[in-house]
Design a binder for this molecule. Structure first.
Ligand code: UD1
Ligand code: CA
Length: 474
């Protein structure tokens, strides 16, 4: 995903703002922990920061500080946490973060934890442009149709008095940023908007941040005022234009759905480019870490939850749900299979319809084709599990393991009551309930002996029909 294209640069620090309340989400979960591609937005942004910023990385927390801090520590133990309480604006948040930065002397990038789609390459371009133009401040801008509530990027005018425009990637001379609520009518007419992503020299910001005031429409300390402060000191400021989709922020559940949609579209394109066939791309759901090999074919309506790795040449047929699993090359899964965490399928494994596999290792060439539950188990290579087999792994208190060797044949409708082991090449008769270990090469069957009464059914039917006829007449 581009992260690996850039080495983290020790002279770049990152500040991630994650203190806001996210009131419009109407949620008990802090906004920045809501997932995109089954990964918290905060982690998307921390991943972006860790991929580029080899200097200090600071996360500013506030609302839901405990949960957000825990999530931040889990993702990047090297990141420092700063609590902002109360939250007096983006400038105030960065002031707090600077106390944790110490005397760091390079560049600093500010990212919002609710803006999870920024490509690493775009951020790298912003960093490169800031250095190339010797700018004190550089911001990522985008065009948004009016009216809108974003801060306006006011760029220098050319001799004809036109505002500089430009395509994606254009570097524009920036004069100041005006928040929507503080705009004059003329400023309000500007479509070029502030994404919130800002990069600046640490030394300049250290001196300028204490000069921010809250003398504005919102009564907040605006980080955006750094631009005018940089210009006042004769430092350059630039805006780099990017696509609106790269900098979509999340304020509501509707925004979350839009951002998820963009994320999914990007993952589908990346999969297709990587040599995966998606038979119905719109209905394939990807997680942020989904890893599909070459020549994988995915049928309609497949859900890849977190932690899925699928080897080359695998066929995932329609309506499968996978999470926390590895599928070896050349395997076939589904239709209608559920692979739960800890399912580890070797090469050329067949898992068929209405099969659930959890915390189980299936050796190469094993087959579990119909209506089966395999949980907490080892299944040897080439073993065939018949339809309707159940590993009874739970006794109501504890889970137990079922060990099945290589080349075993388990007949249909078998209950394997764990803990139990089936030796290499064993054969289990259909309909058995196996509670004791079966040695290698043995046959085990547990069923009542079959009785056959010749002609019984025919006589029975004749008698019953006669009874029925007599009743009708009478
Ligand atoms: C900000 C920008 C605006 C830009 C917009 C893009 C300022 C003054 N304005 O406005 O120019 O167009 O983002 O979305 O910067 N946060 C804190 N502590 C605070 C306040 C905010 O951590 O005290 C965090 C929030 O959690 C959020 C981010 O900073 O992640 C942005 O805050 P928000 O209040 O949404 O800023 P906007 O008013 O949208
Ligand atoms: Ca916002």
């Amino acid at each position: 995903m581009g992260l690996d294209r850039h080495d983290p640069d020790a002279s770049l620090a990152a500040i991630i703002l994650a203190a806001g309340k996210g009131t419009r989400m109407r949620s008990d979960l802090p906004k920045v922990l809501h997932p995109i591609g089954a990964r918290p937005m905060l982690h998307h942004v921390m991943g972006l920061a860790a991929g580029l910023a080899g200097g200090p990385r600071i996360v500013v927390v506030g609302a839901g500080a405990e949960a957000v801090s825990e999530a931040a520590r889990a993702f990047d133990p090297a990141a420092a946490l700063v609590v902002q309480e109360p939250q007096l604006g983006t400038g105030h948040a960065v002031q707090g973060a600077f106390e944790a930065l110490g005397d760091f002397a390079g560049h600093v990038v500010v990212l919002y934890a609710d803006t999870p789609l920024i490509p690493a390459g775009t951020l790298a371009e912003l960093y490169a442009a800031a250095r190339q133009h010797g700018a004190g401040v550089a911001v990522l801008g985008f065009e948004e149709p009016l009216p809108h509530a974003y801060g306006r990027l006011i760029v220098s005018r050319d001799e004809a008095g036109r505002q500089a425009g430009g395509e994606r990637g254009a570097v524009l001379p920036l004069e100041r940023i005006v928040e929507a609520k503080d705009c004059s009518p003329e400023e309000a007419a500007v479509e070029l908007s502030n994404s919130g992503v800002m990069l600046f020299e640490a030394g300049f910001a250290r001196a300028a941040l204490p000069k921010l005031t809250n003398d504005n429409a919102k009564g907040e300390y605006y980080l955006t005022d750094l631009v005018a402060l940089a210009r006042a000191e004769g430092l350059g400021a630039v805006a780099i234009k990017t696509d609106a989709d790269d900098v979509r922020g999340v304020n509501s559940r509707a925004d979350l759905a839009v951002v998820e949609g963009i994320f999914q579209a990007r993952r589908r394109s990346a999969a297709l480019e990587g040599g995966v066939t998606l038979e119905d791309p719109q209905s394939t759901y990807f997680s942020a870490d989904t890893d599909l090999g070459r020549d994988v074919t995915v049928g309609p309506h497949v859900y890849f939850g977190p932690g899925v790795r699928v080897g080359d040449g695998v066929r995932v047929r329609p309506f499968c749900h996978l999470e926390g699993v590895t599928v070896g090359r050349g395997s076939t899964v589904g239709p209608f299979a559920r692979l739960r965490p800890g399912a580890d399928l070797g090469e050329g494994v067949h898992v068929g319809n209405f099969v659930e596999i959890k915390n189980a290792v299936l050796g190469a060439g094993a087959k579990v084709n119909h209506l089966t539950y395999i949980g907490d188990a080892d299944v040897g290579p080439r073993t065939n599990i018949g339809a309707g087999t159940i590993t009874c792994n739970y006794d109501g208190f504890l889970k137990h393991r079922t060990m099945i060797g290589p080349d075993v044949f388990v007949g249909s409708n078998t209950a394997l009551v764990a803990p139990v082991a089936l030796g290499e090449g064993a054969n289990i008769g259909a309909g058995s309930t196996i509670t004791k270990d079966v040695p290698a090469g043995a046959l085990s069957v547990t069923r009542a002996e079959q009785k056959t009464l010749a002609g019984w059914a025919k006589r029975f039917r004749a008698r019953k029909q006669a009874e029925k006829d007599a009743k009708k007449k009478g």
